[in-house]
Design a protein around this ligand. Sequence first.
Ligand code: NAD
Length: 351
Amino acid sequence: MRQFELSLLPWNVVFGAGSLSSLPARMDALGFSRALVLSTPQQSDSAERVAELLGPRACGTFTAARMHVPATTAAAASARARELGSDCSVSIGGGSTTGLGKALALDPGIPLIAIPTTYAGSEMTNIWGMTEDGRKRTGRDSKVLPVLTLYDAELTLGLPLSVAGPSAMNALAQATINAKDTRTNPVLMNLALEAIGAIADGLPRIMCNPDDIEAREQVLYGASLAGAALGAGVTSLHHRLCHTLGGSFATPHAETHTILLPYSVAYAAPAVPHLMKNIAAALGSAEAAGGIYDLATSAGLKTSLADIGITADDLERIADIATETDVPNPQPVSRAGVVGLLEQALAGKRP
Ligand code: NAD
């Protein structure tokens, strides 16, 4: 028997190499005329390029986006948007820049057009985040979903492999966690499995040849679907652990996902054996957790928490913070179970 409920987000996506050139016409069609263009300092050239392309439709740039959206950065960008009378923002960059655009969608409430250049997938979710006094707050709000997302794989060719690999694994995590039962959630399941297959196919090819535009496009496609699966789906123990490590131990976001994912999947596996088979098949591997680990190692990525500065002395505290409040997960979460998961992730061996 099939029985399910489905609630998707109002995505508006344009996907295709070279599609950046259509931005001015698309902005006109949406009725916006004063865009504030956002980027990190490292991608200020890209912001200038977009502003030039938009001509009089761009009222200024703000090129100080930073990881985890510091509240002070969001306030500065918000003040600039008000001062310039911006009626929308255009973000060009990874999850950090998209995150700043989402903050502006909350305050002063201007819609976001997102041009992603990593595989973070944030542009497909209604999740916002902001950091203040060392604590990252997150929430879901329909206002922060971009009114348009424009994917142009040509813009990802310059993404260094050191960022591309972990970023792709971050996307893989979003898809894997949202691969659900085909009978209760067939649409999300298929989105997630398509994402896993595309990332597993494209990532090794990018690592061999960074200029392979088809491989770059394949991972960008997978990341988009993975973000969609997260946007319409859930987070679980895996995201709780990643946020605990990022928030309280300042570990790098995408690397933390890369390292923990095989062990989070191995932890969930006994509760959802049929799901593991589907994930393994999408990966082209015999097992889900082992296949994810193999993908990461074949891409030369980090596999141990020790590689990002975590020691055995930290594990009890991480488990305490992560289990402070309940967390939904296919396999029930216990403090002892989390310590065991973290011990394996510290050892960094194939699960
Ligand atoms: P990032 O946005 O911080 O980018 C990393 C670096 O790479 C930056 O210096 C950036 O300017 C540079 N860069 C990006 N694209 C480039 C390109 N094509 N060429 C050259 N340099 C490029 O990293 P990220 O991993 O994309 O994003 C991480 C952030 O996104 C975290 O704060 C995370 O919490 C957030 N995130 C949010 C969601 C959500 O749904 N809200 C989902 C995933 C990630």
